[in-house]
Design a binder for this molecule. Structure first.
Ligand SMILES: Nc1ncnc2c1ncn2[C@@H]1O[C@H](COP(=O)(O)OP(=O)(O)OP(=O)(O)O)[C@@H](O)[C@H]1O
Ligand SMILES: [Mg+2]
Length: 391
């Protein structure tokens, strides 16, 4: 899959422009603050239907403008497959379209523009809190399984409702008998959605493990063993293997067991005023030759493992959907030694369209892949550049 062209209007500091991209390597150079990340963010927006930086839609509109509009032509197998566009304005309206048709639900974005984004935050996958690892599993699963995305949203909604009930009950603003019945009802919904979420995470971990180690070895040129182990918090999920998860009777059985487990602790939850069990507490262990990198990884080990894991998401997409996602590298090579950086560039560019943004030309010095296109970003304007002009 590749982005053939983009039309940008009113996006942050970016000058309105029509840009044509290389199906292989696109290099965006420029000093700090010129707009490199903004360009990558504009191209990546459609993959998630939001900014990968977590910015609010309104913040994406140029300071002196009222709305923005971005249109991308996306190719698959060398031919234009679809055009996607999104528009946002200061009144809070947003619209997304694929081939001119409005996209109503977020699940309709699944499987359209597939991307994988690397930036300095990527290392949080190993170093950061469990929430980063849950997001990693959830994102990977959502992009290959729309039912997962639906049930994940249902789970999050139900958890918020239950949390509010428990809080209000503790503050004494609710009538206990009535609320208890509501809590049991939310537990049913939570058990149903949690079964999908937990089983999806079991399956996703198994799929990722098929690639994580190979990527790690290729980056480092060694044969250390890198293994992900899903660590669910719910008792009834302990020891659940992928084979067991694949049994058609298992989801129903699991749902009942989760419901029992949630009901069992409801008194304790009422006393504490918050939900105490469920997939919101899950984690993913990252073992390098038996050492848990979450706790003991050196900076370099952490970084390489996080990159190998993120690349594995693109491998899973190809294995399951036959799609090679577009890969974005935003300012990550300065943190890798030269050899590792070059290996990563070569690995990605051999199979994917890549966009590389960096303020340091030396990150890509001497790298001459075929069909490379270069831009220099100057105050939001992407100026085509020659090799000589860059060095
Ligand atoms: N809504 C907006 N309207 C106009 N300008 C904006 C808006 N949001 C951010 N900017 C500006 O865009 C500029 C470029 O930001 P960007 O993050 O793309 O820089 P960069 O080239 O990636 O820099 P670095 O090399 O430091 O990462 C910043 O100076 C910022 O103030
Ligand atoms: Mg940047």
């Amino acid at each position: 899959m590749h982005i053939r062209s983009a039309t940008l209007a009113g996006y942050r500091n970016l000058t309105d422009a029509d840009l044509d991209f290389s199906p292989r390597v696109n290099l965006v150079l420029g000093r700090n603050g010129e707009g490199k990340t903004n360009l990558l963010e504009a191209l990546n927006y459609f993959a998630l239907g939001r900014s990968h930086r977590g910015s609010r839609n309104e913040d994406l509109i140029a300071f002196d403008g009222d709305d923005l509009h971005v249109r991308l032509e996306v190719c698959r197998n060398g031919e234009i497959s679809f055009t996607c566009e999104y528009g946002l304005n200061r009144r809070g309206e947003s619209r997304l379209r694929i081939d001119g048709e409005a996209v109503v639900r977020r699940t309709d974005l699944v499987g359209r523009l597939a991307t994988v984004f690397f930036n300095p935050e990527t290392t949080q996958l190993v170093r950061g809190g469990p929430r980063y690892r849950r997001q990693y599993l959830d994102l990977g699963r959502s992009e290959i399984d729309p039912v997962y995305l639906q049930d994940l949203s249902a789970f999050q909604r139900a958890l918020r409702q239950k949390g509010t009930l428990l809080r209000d009950l503790r503050r004494g603003v609710l009538e206990p008998g009535e609320t208890r019945r509501e809590l049991v009802a939310w537990n049913r919904e939570l058990a149903r959605a949690s079964a999908t979420v937990c089983l999806g995470r079991v399956r996703e971990t198994a799929l990722l493990n098929g690639f994580v180690q190979a990527n790690h070895n290729a980056l480092l040129d060694n044969d250390l063993e890198l293994i992900l182990v899903y660590r669910p918090r719910l008792e009834c999920l302990q020891g659940v293997t992928e084979e067991k998860a694949g049994n058609p009777d298992f989801p129903g059985q699991l749902e009942r067991e989760i419901a029992q487990e949630l009901d069992y602790i409801v008194e304790q939850e009422i006393r504490r005023g918050r939900p105490l069990a469920g997939p919101q507490f899950d984690d993913l262990e990252i073992g390098l030759d038996g050492v848990d990198l979450r706790q003991f990884g050196s900076q370099g080990e952490t970084r390489t493992a996080a990159i190998a894991m993120t690349l594995a998401r693109s491998d899973v997409l190809f294995a399951t959907q036959k799609v090679r996602p577009v890969i974005f590298f935003d300012d990550i090579f300065s943190e890798l030694d030269r050899e590792r950086a070059r290996r990563l560039q070569e690995m990605a560019a051999s199979l994917h369209q890549v966009f590389i943004a960096t303020a340091r030309p030396e990150d890509v010095e001497g790298w001459e892949p075929r069909d490379m296109r270069r831009w220099r970003m100057e105050s939001g304007r992407a100026v085509p550049a020659t090799v000589d002009g860059m060095t």
